[in-house]
Structure formats: structure tokens, C-alpha cells
Write a protein that binds this ligand. Structure first.
Ligand code: DAT
Ligand code: MG
Length: 143
């Protein structure tokens, strides 16, 4: 089967709570290959590009504040149908709706008033989004 790529971010809550190893371990155990990896603190400019589809949403400002509040781990992950597979591994966007067995369902805290946007991980929602997001976070991997 054709290899596909997705962009994974371990968000500031995942980093701060020491969940990097857990997330990477799940990716590796699923048989996917990490071919790019870095730690960075996102800038407002990067977040406006990464989350451009959400820029008119009510949660956009808190989302950017949260995402730039500390280090994240950005990864390019390779594998057959990895985009959809990793979406399945993440679980629902809202931790309260994410099923057990998923990263968010097992690890993410419920959305309280103080952390309405936290959910540990990001994964691209389509191969097209993956291409765009990989070009943003890993320009050195794209020519
Ligand atoms: P996903 O990260 O599952 O692709 P998304 O692209 O719809 O979800 O939203 C991006 C992020 O924005 C999401 O991970 C958390 C935050 N978010 C989404 N919907 C939200 C809401 N209704 N209230 C607060 N934060 C929200
Ligand atoms: Mg999304």
C-alpha cells in the first residue's frame, strides 16, 4: 500500500504532563514511522496559519494562547493510511466524548472553564491538510 504522511503535534498540555513517550509509543506500536521530529514553541504567526480554518471561531484566541503557552513536539509520521488511522487513535476533539482506548479518551482532561481547548494531540484531518501542515512545521523536508 502507498505510504502516506500526517502531521502530529503533542500540544503544550501533553508536553507539560510528560506524555511525549506515551504518544510516541502508541504511534510506534501501531507500526508507523516517525520521519521528522522537533520541539518548538509555536508563534502566533504559525498558529494563524496552522489553524486558519478556525480563525473566526469563538475559541480561536484561547486556542492560540494555549498552543503558544509552552513547548510542543511536532512530528511527521509515515505509514499506510496514517492520516485516518491517527485521527482514530486520537479520538473525539472533546475529551469527554473521546472513547477509551484513544489518546484523548485515555489521557486528556475534561474541558473545564479554564482549559476549554486542551486535548493533548493534533493530527492532520486529510492528506491535503497534512501536506500544508508539514510544509509549515517542516519546511526543510519539503522542496
Ligand atoms: P481536531 O483537533 O480534533 O482536529 P478541530 O480542528 O475542530 O479539532 O479544532 C482544533 C482545536 O480547537 C481542537 O483540538 C480544540 C479546539 N476546539 C475545537 N472545538 C472547540 C470548542 N467547541 N471549544 C473549545 N475548543 C475547541
Ligand atoms: Mg483539526
Amino acid at each position: 500500500p502507498k505510504e502516506e504522511h500526517t502531521l502530529v503535534l503533542i500540544k503544550p498540555d501533553g508536553y507539560a504532563r510528560g506524555l511525549i513517550g506515551e504518544v510516541i509509543s502508541r504511534i510506534e506500536k501501531r507500526g508507523f514511522k516517525i520521519i521528522g521530529l522537533k520541539i518548538t514553541i509555536p508563534t502566533q504567526e504559525e498558529l494563524e496559519e496552522h489553524y486558519f480554518e478556525h480563525k473566526d471561531k469563538h475559541f480561536f484566541n484561547s486556542l492560540c494562547e494555549y498552543m503558544s503557552s509552552g513547548p510542543i513536539v511536532a512530528m511527521v509520521v509515515e505509514g499506510s493510511r496514517v492520516v485516518q488511522s491517527f485521527r482514530n487513535m486520537m479520538g473525539d476533539t472533546n475529551p469527554a466524548l473521546a472513547l477509551p482506548g484513544t489518546i484523548r479518551g485515555d489521557l486528556a482532561r475534561d474541558w473545564g472553564p479554564d482549559r476549554g481547548v486542551e486535548n493533548i494531540v493534533h493530527g492532520s484531518d486529510s492528506p491535503q491538510s497534512a501536506d500544508r501542515e508539514i510544509a509549515l512545521w517542516f519546511p526543510e523536508m519539503v522542496d
